[in-house]
Design a protein around this ligand. Structure first.
Ligand SMILES: [Zn+2]
Length: 204
């Protein structure tokens, strides 16, 4: 069966427009594709976020508060060890993100990692012990989850999603990270407004 294909300019969740490709068999799929495109980052922002992790230079270290791990004693020991390994890996990345305080995407990325390292469920750390966990594409999708004001109807969360985990088990962590996102969006809306005023004055 030949799938319908087309490209369309879509407004993405980051507030930028870009071309999204669609390939669908029926109206339901087409609607789902469009909803997905509206609720994800544009190609440029997604690339920028992924670049933030690559750029994580060794040297600096970003401290996070210790957590009281929850689970059976055996699991708690194992999970604490895994969290420590991840902290060694991402501590320098977070330090790099913290140094980019003028970059809203870097601040959102840092909020995601701070939310991750506040997770107290031992089983989440054990399930995500793979060395590849919490890297570039994971970060893009966590930023997308936190950018949405409501959850997508069709959203499914991978076991590695810290947003998916917190939504079910530690919702207070989402509230903390979302507060950072809301604050950043307010600042950028004000900046847009003042830029428009300035353009208006220049034109007058
Ligand atoms: Zn964008």
């Amino acid at each position: 069966m030949v799938r319908n294909q087309y490209q369309a300019k879509m407004m993405r969740i980051c507030g930028h427009e870009d071309m999204a490709s669609f390939s669908f068999n029926n109206k339901r799929e087409r609607m789902a594709d469009r909803a997905y495109a509206r609720n994800t980052l544009c190609a440029e922002c997604s690339g920028k976020v992924r670049g933030l992790i690559v750029a994580g230079a060794p040297g600096g270290f970003h401290r996070v508060s210790p957590v009281m791990m929850r689970g059976t004693p055996k699991r708690v020991t194992w999970a604490t060890q895994i969290r420590l390994e991840k902290l060694r890996k991402f501590g320098p990345v977070m330090a790099h993100l913290a140094s980019l305080s003028e970059d809203p995407l870097a601040r959102k990325a840092l909020a995601v990692y701070e939310m991750l390292f506040a997770v107290t469920a031992a089983v989440f750390w054990i399930d995500n012990r793979s060395p590849n966990a919490f890297c570039q594409y994971w970060l893009v999708s966590e930023i997308e989850h936190l950018s949405r004001s409501t959850d997508l109807y069709s959203a499914h969360y991978l076991p590695s999603s810290v947003y998916g985990h917190c939504r079910k088990f530690e919702p207070a962590l989402i509230a903390g990270a979302r507060a950072v996102f809301v604050e950043l969006e307010k600042v950028s809306a004000e900046a847009d407004q003042s830029a428009q005023v300035q353009m208006g004055e220049a034109a007058a």
